[in-house]
Design a protein around this ligand. Structure first.
Ligand SMILES: NC(=O)c1ccc[n+]([C@@H]2O[C@H](COP(=O)([O-])OP(=O)(O)OC[C@H]3O[C@@H](n4cnc5c(N)ncnc54)[C@H](O)[C@@H]3O)[C@@H](O)[C@H]2O)c1
Length: 338
């Protein structure tokens, strides 16, 4: 949690947020803005949306690629703190573009860290990794010692980035923290993740929900909680060099999630298996042990799944979303979106 000291510690601090126009990034930016930090966003808007951050008038926006040395080194000039979120995060896209996922997620991260080290001004670098680095649960709940057996090239690229940040922290005494969020959900949707996907299908006239594997289970964290964990890691005293899970500690099967969400809309639905949506080599189960986050960051999730889902559905009813991006994942053929 942000105590009074941490709140003060961020006031007028210069914070660079990569991927700040994205789903989690825009919530990180919103919270930093409220803490009166001096925020700069670096984003190439491949999935991020200017609409999500333009209301924060003092936030500076640099349109650019985290893989571009010149843009990154120039943007880092005089920054003090970095939150690195920019990545290609939507797993079905990585089946078609594994090279691009490695370029952005792994090399983009190495570039961000290396240029941060070279800038000599960065006092803390929070790298946003992912629970996907673990692969499917070998035991539950999953702590940070859980083996890393990633199940997709997305997850492998995130693991490469995660361990590169750690190695560069050790090699150069670079003050980095690695956080591993479990699945996040909430407003400012950018990707057809499972909760936006179910919501869109529920909001359509259809009473059939067509999905791939609905027997798998996930641990969902509301985005305000995820963002708060990331922000606390910017100032928390004992976090440097640590790898820390952020999750809710509650798992739910996708099947049960669908019925829970349908209940909020008072809809009777039938689930149909769509073989074109089955993710090959999918993660079957994720459940977070966030003891370390509680001990080191004094962080705990505050928003229940029920409350968070209601807020997400409400937001999506008011904000029609389209998904952009250069890729041709399965969702585009399904929706016919360009
Ligand atoms: N959403 C989740 O459930 C979840 C869970 C665990 C980890 N993460 C991680 O959190 C981060 C943010 O994910 P998100 O869900 O908000 O996705 P997102 O797609 O909304 O955010 C990614 C942002 O990065 C930007 N971006 C992409 N490539 C870029 C590049 N080359 N240069 C500059 N900017 C670029 C996009 O435009 C977007 O604004 C990612 O690193 C992701 O791996 C997300």
């Amino acid at each position: 949690m942000l105590d009074a000291e941490s709140k003060g510690a961020l006031k007028e601090r210069r914070v660079l947020v990569t991927g700040g126009a994205g789903f989690i990034g825009s919530e990180v930016v919103r919270q930093l803005y409220e803490l009166e930090a001096d925020v700069t966003v670096l984003d190439n808007f491949s999935s991020g949306k200017m609409d999500y951050i333009k209301k924060f008038h003092d936030v500076k926006v640099v349109e650019g690629d985290v893989c571009d040395y010149e843009v990154v080194s120039k943007t880092l000039e005089d920054q003090e703190l970095v939150v690195h979120l920019a990545a290609l995060p939507f797993i079905p896209d990585c089946y078609h573009h594994p090279d691009e996922f490695f370029r952005v997620n792994a090399m983009g991260t190495v570039n961000m860290v290396w240029e941060s080290i070279r800038s000599e001004t960065i006092e803390r670098f929070v790298h946003v990794s992912s629970s996907e680095v673990y692969g499917t649960a070998r035991y539950v709940p999953m702590d940070e010692e859980h083996p890393t057996r990633p199940n997709s090239t997305y997850a492998v690229s995130k693991l490469a980035a995660d361990r590169a940040v750690f190695a560069m922290h050790k090699e150069h005494g670079f003050p980095a923290v690695i956080v591993r969020p479990f699945n996040s959900y909430g407003p400012n949707v950018t990707q057809p993740y499972i909760i936006p996907e179910i919501t869109l299908q529920l909001l359509s006239a259809n009473d059939r929900i067509r999905l791939g594997n609905v027997e798998s289970s996930r641990d969902f964290t509301y985005v305000t909680d995820t963002a708060q964990g990331i922000i606390v890691a910017l100032t928390s005293k004992n976090a440097v060099g640590e790898t820390i899970n952020l999750g809710s500690g509650r798992e739910i099967k996708i099947r049960d999630l669908i019925f829970l969400m349908a209940g909020f809309l008072e809809k009777q639905v039938k689930i149909e298996r769509d073989p074109t949506r089955v993710r090959p080599y999918d993660v079957e189960r994720l459940l977070c042990d966030y003891t370390k986050a509680r001990d080191i960051l004094k962080w705990e999730p505050k928003v229940s799944l029920e409350e968070g889902l209601r807020k997400t559905i409400e937001w999506m009813m008011k904000h029609p979303v389209g998904f952009k991006g250069p890729f041709k994942g399965w969702y585009q053929s399904y929706y016919g979106r360009a």
